[in-house]
Ligand binder design. Sequence first.
Ligand code: UDP
Length: 492
Amino acid sequence: VTNSGEYHILMLPFMAHGHLIPFLELANFIHRKSSVFTITIACTPSNIQYLRSAAADSKIRLAELYYSSSDHGLPPNTESTENLPLNQIDTLFHSSTALELPLRELISDLVQKDGSPPLCIISDVFLGWSVAVARSFNIPVFSFTTCGAYGTLAYISLWLNLPHRSSTSDEFSLPGFPENCRFHRSQLHRFLLAADGTDSWSRYFRPQISYSLSSDGWLCNTVEEVESFGLKHLRDYIKLPVWAIGPLLLQTSSGGRRRWGKEKDSGVGLETCMNWLNSHRKNSVLYISFGSQNTITESQMMELAYGLEESGSAFIWVVRPPSGHDMKAEFRAHQWLPEHFEDRMKETNRGLVIRNWAPQLEILAHESVGAFLSHCGWNSTVESLSQGVPVIGWPMAAEQAYNSKMLVEEMGIGVELTRGKESEIKRGRVKEVIEMVMGEGGEGEEMRNKAAIVKDKMRAAVMDEHKGSSNTNLVDFLEFIQAKQKSLNKIK
Ligand code: UDP
């Protein structure tokens, strides 16, 4: 308890925007639930700067932890996965352990200022080293996974068990999942596929996940009723309490959408998008985006454009320079898209091509949008589900392939177009899948109906103050940490 009678919670997100935002929203959710908590989010300086703009209207405290990327052989001022090529992301992970000392100093400062240590630390599941820090101060510690339960379980189990190493076939079972839930080599991203336990990724992930398994419990950005399968198996596997407190993207203090501050990158504003969508029929537009970090290759882009055109479907497509080109470079439409593609789409009002960044949640919330061609990043997945929009999956990295697998196999609201960054994709397949999902009646309609049910469940979880599962889970969690600290104090 702080000197002012409040309980202090310290949060430690991993350095990636897709992690910072759910942490920020978790902090806001706790504040909305109860006024007795003071929350400090600690991260590296430029991530704190970013949070400062995103959290401008909230009473969350922000603390900078000293970090210099060049100390770790990374380009100067690189503190987020967003600005790094794929082959340096592992270095960013390893470098996070350098935050241990600044974190210890911060906790000591808080103890001095508040007269007691924080009530608990909530740290990113990928920052397992922080569990030992918390233990040394006798502070309860919880791991927060910003991914879904199914995806988290698949990802941690793959890293811990490396089952593909001993499997003689491309398909294998995975500890934590029922035997009949098979995984495939093509669902492993490049570094996982190459992992043998001694490589740089394994050397980071395997111990960090194990440390997180020794925390006091996990929080998961998902919804009990939507991910009952994933949550059951995650709980059975990690043998810790898991509180499902999502979806964390829908909840803002004002009820509106927190902005990323990136809209200026696109040149196409919210109003243009909304007007364009207003001119289209209900469920007739396909939205295409691969998240905040991914792009596709030149040949994939060309095939996607041809397939899209041949399908006849209306679309909004967020394009970036293809892989191998500077993401900030000018988009060379004449070179990377079929000849006069954009002009044709514009003239016929068929498609809106947006550069770099679009107001995604607002687009997904529009009734004209009938499906989302997505890389299945968890935030995108949650946004799509919360708006009742089925997904055409093209998973590329991290745990995306397992999110896609869950959408297809567990929920029946997704079809996988292809997988992997290097996949060979053909226009005929693009056309076929789009027609199937966007078509009236048939499978597409079935998926939309199922997605509508998921949307209602997601909303109820957070909107219903008293009975919504994420609301009651959060209350339960807050009571749990208070009880936990009392018992720790007694032992002292
Ligand atoms: N996003 C957006 N506009 C874009 C691309 C992405 O608003 O043009 C947002 C999207 O709404 C989501 C996040 O960026 O909240 C992407 O997170 P996700 O976990 O889906 O993928 P990642 O970027 O981490 O790969």
